[in-house]
Design a protein around this ligand. Structure first.
Ligand SMILES: Cc1cc2nc3c(=O)[nH]c(=O)nc-3n(C[C@H](O)[C@H](O)[C@H](O)COP(=O)(O)OP(=O)(O)OC[C@H]3O[C@@H](n4cnc5c(N)ncnc54)[C@H](O)[C@@H]3O)c2cc1C
Length: 430
């Protein structure tokens, strides 16, 4: 069944197609058989997380000079999407690590890049980004965890919650307070074996079983000043740029993969299950729901690929990234409800994946801004009151890497081609 349609090739190159095939076949061969055990144990799936990391995919946006794929954000989306189609948990695991890469690529100095990026690209180091605290949630400036300078070190205290890959991460990118106000946040790299660092107990969650998004605890954790990312006061930029440019796109891709799986599984069910002597899809109401699911999926994919395509071109696309996240999260949830309705009682049992897809889809609502927050920001775009654009500020760094001389296949040869590096459109923006 070709649910991708011609739109896929509109954005993607031959290399993207090969990558999709490679990830899909790996996911079906290596990840799918492990899903029942992940669902059963509900704890962090260390072995398969490491195996996925070793495929090199965490380095999708790491430049080739640091050992990465230099393949860009659309390639990253395809990797996450294909893993999430089989396991939302493992798609979330990869996206959290790829999100952890952003701060080093954009704010790391040359030493930090040379030390950490090749290890991440090789799958030997899983990075995270830790911003959220229990008392402040999405209100980043409300955070209380702190770092105090002491000679050549900083001493960190406080707790971070819901940190993606908390229990499998090797290198935590932590944003803490070094002073008051918006200029008082600073980012540090904290290795997971540092004295004074520990993990909270993993809490059982509704879905994404196998993925960890738990608590990091800093108790007089001493970190060398060389581990500081950027200057003191850059922490808010590190947090926002990671969330806006990588987080929204990555979580969009997780939703898209789950959505694809919902449509495929429900289509299969409609064809196999018979009622009144005919396949279930012979009932007009069932067929219409399936059509709605397919329509939402196609729109969601269009929004997702378009946004990251613009990001790869270095074009201002903060609004498209927000829209892609809200459209993908909400439409996957709507399709999950339709899928459950079509399955009726059968959908409630764990021998079918539908209830897992529904549970997993709910997990993508909160991170990198809830749908409410995306809509508030989109209203500011419509009103012309949006504040700055991260994709514009970091455009040189996020633009797709030019192919190296020995790279025989270009990542940027989709029939869409290159768009000029200036804003081509923005609904509602003046
Ligand atoms: C699967 C998963 C992975 C995650 N990964 C990470 C990670 O890697 N690193 C990390 O630091 N954090 C991570 N998070 C945390 C995530 O960023 C937070 O859940 C998010 O910031 C929202 O915080 P909160 O859940 O405490 O909700 P709150 O911020 O407390 O929001 C509660 C409600 O208030 C609304 N609300 C909040 N702020 C506003 C506002 N300004 N205007 C209007 N309404 C508002 C929200 O829409 C929501 O309905 C992850 C969370 C999940 C579920």
């Amino acid at each position: 069944m070709d649910t991708m349609g011609t739109m896929d090739s509109y954005f993607t190159s031959r290399r993207h197609h090969q990558l999709r095939e490679e990830v899909r076949s790996f996911a079906e061969r290596e990840v799918l058989p492990r899903v029942p055990a992940m669902e059963e144990s509900r704890s962090t799936a260390h072995g398969i997380s490491r195996l996925i990391a070793r495929q090199g995919w965490l380095g999708a946006t790491i430049p080739e000079q640091y050992g990465g794929m230099g393949a860009g954000h659309l390639a990253k989306t395809l990797i996450i999407e294909e893993l999430s189609r089989v396991s939302g948990a493992m798609g979330a695991m990869v996206q959290a690590s790829q999100l952890g890469v952003a701060k080093i690529v954009h704010f790391g100095n040359e030493d930090q890049k040379k030390t950490w990026l090749p290890a991440v690209a090789a799958g030997l180091c899983l990075p995270t980004i830790a911003v959220t605290e229990h008392e402040s949630g999405g209100h980043v400036l409300g955070m209380a965890a702190s770092a105090v300078r002491d000679g050549e070190d900083y001493v960190l205290n406080g707790r971070k919650v819901y940190v993606g890959n908390s229990h499998v991460g090797d290198l935590h990118g932590v944003i803490v307070r070094t002073g008051p106000g918006s200029k008082g946040l600073t980012a540090f790299l904290v290795e997971s074996d540092r004295p004074g660092f520990s993990l909270g107990e993993q809490q059982p969650a509704m879905g994404l079983h196998g993925f960890s998004f738990g608590e990091l605890i800093f108790d007089n954790c001493r970190v060398p000043a060389a581990n500081r990312l950027g200057a003191e006061g850059d922490g808010l930029s590190v947090a926002y740029s990671s969330s806006v440019l990588y987080g929204r796109a990555n979580l969009t891709a997780v939703s898209l993969g789950i959505h694809q799986a919902l449509v495929e599984e429900t289509t299969r069910f409609c064809a196999e299950r018979e009622r009144y002597g005919k396949p279930l899809h012979a009932l007009a109401n069932v067929k219409i729901k399936l059509g709605q699911m397919q329509s939402r999926l196609m729109t969601a994919r269009l929004a997702a690929y378009h946004a990251v395509h613009l990001l790869d071109q270095g074009v201002d696309c903060d609004a498209e990234l927000m829209n892609a996240k809200v459209v993908n999260v909400e439409s996957a949830l709507d399709s999950a409800r339709n899928a459950m309705e079509i399955h009726a009682a059968a959908g409630l049992f764990t021998n079918r994946p539908i209830e897992r897809f529904l549970r997993d889809a709910h997990h993508i609502f909160a991170p990198a801004g809830t749908s409410d927050v995306q809509l508030l920001r989109l209203a500011e775009v419509a009103l012309g009151t949006a504040k700055g654009s991260w994709s514009e500020r970091l455009s040189e760094l996020v633009r797709n890497q030019p192919p190296s001389p020995d790279q025989d296949l270009d990542w940027a040869e989709g029939s869409w081609g290159q768009v000029p590096p200036q804003r081509t459109h923005c609904a509602g923006k003046v």
